[in-house]
Design a protein around this ligand. Structure first.
Ligand code: SF4
Ligand code: SF4
Ligand code: SF4
Length: 268
């Protein structure tokens, strides 16, 4: 649907963590009226409705994505399948009822459990400040095809993680962020995929005591990502006081204890 510049500008001022939801509601409002152009009036109507009925709009969780699925050339992974799987799993858990019981007052958007998925390390969906941040990763290795020493891989790597020696490229695993740009830039197919999946960060948040998500070591498969979120939610639902965020629970329990106890429970 087309947006009038004024309406698009107004939506940009909506807090980022509800912007996508507000945009959807505004487009629904325009469609309901049979309009093909979204105007400021549609935005204002939805804004008032949102403020008056916030509790109805809260669903207990949010899954945000970057613009990767819209065709961003920087994508390291295709995450649509994982996004759907996470949404299905979160919907099954009825987090809204859980929050209603824990919060003991009107539910607001900041109470929701937030998952943010970015398809590359640029992190446009801000995974670092979500309860669970997921970052697509594609790491390189040297394959069979000979290197022409064109230098494209060195040039494209923003982390200075690639250097060229006599035999070809050398990748620094410590510096590599897994953006996959060197693989895409290599004209000879010398650089190929070593691993592909997701980095997972836990417990990020903004607010009065902001905290960046803590990364779990390694690159996870889609199934592992879903498993990690489920285990986090088990622990979170067990220990959250008054609807506090995952980051606060993690700080109190410690990341190690968090996973160890869940492992024991699953193996008993
Ligand atoms: S996070 Fe990466 S893939 Fe997603 S929109 Fe940003 S640059 Fe593109
Ligand atoms: S994947 Fe990205 S960060 Fe890693 S070496 Fe290649 S260009 Fe550099
Ligand atoms: S881009 Fe490929 S061919 Fe060019 S220097 Fe790097 S590895 Fe060699």
């Amino acid at each position: 649907m087309q947006w009038h510049a004024e309406a698009a500008e107004a939506v940009k001022r909506v807090p980022f963590f509800v912007r996508k939801r507000v945009k959807t509601r505004v487009e629904e409002e325009a469609a309901r009226r049979g309009d093909h152009l979204v105007t400021l009036e549609h935005v204002e109507t939805c804004r008032k409705r949102f403020l008056n009925r916030m509790e109805e709009e809260v669903k207990g969780y949010q899954v945000e994505t970057c613009f990767g699925p819209g065709g961003c050339p920087n994508r390291a992974v295709i995450s649509e399948g994982l996004t759907k799987e996470i949404e299905r799993m979160l919907a099954r858990r009825d987090l809204k009822s859980f929050l209603e019981e824990k919060v003991g007052g009107p539910l607001k958007f900041h109470h929701e459990f937030r998952v943010s998925i970015s398809d590359c390390p640029n992190g446009c969906s801000r995974p670092q400040i979500a309860d669970v941040g997921i970052i697509g990763a594609l790491t390189p290795k040297t394959g069979e095809s000979p290197c022409s020493r064109c230098g494209a891989c060195v040039e494209v790597c923003r982390e200075s993680a690639v250097s060229l020696c006599e035999e070809g490229p050398v990748i620094s695993a410590q510096q590599c962020l897994g953006c996959g740009a060197c693989i895409r830039a290599c004209p000879t197919g010398t650089l190929v995929e070593a691993s592909s999946g997701y980095r997972v960060l836990l417990g990020g948040k903004l607010g009065r005591h902001p905290r960046l998500g803590q990364e779990i070591p390694g690159i996870q498969s889609p199934d592992q990502v879903v498993g990690i979120i489920e285990r986090c939610l088990d622990r979170y639902q067990e220990h959250s006081r008054g609807g506090e965020r995952l980051g606060v629970v993690l700080e109190r329990l410690g990341m190690g204890v968090f996973f160890e106890e869940n492992e024991k429970k699953r193996n008993s």
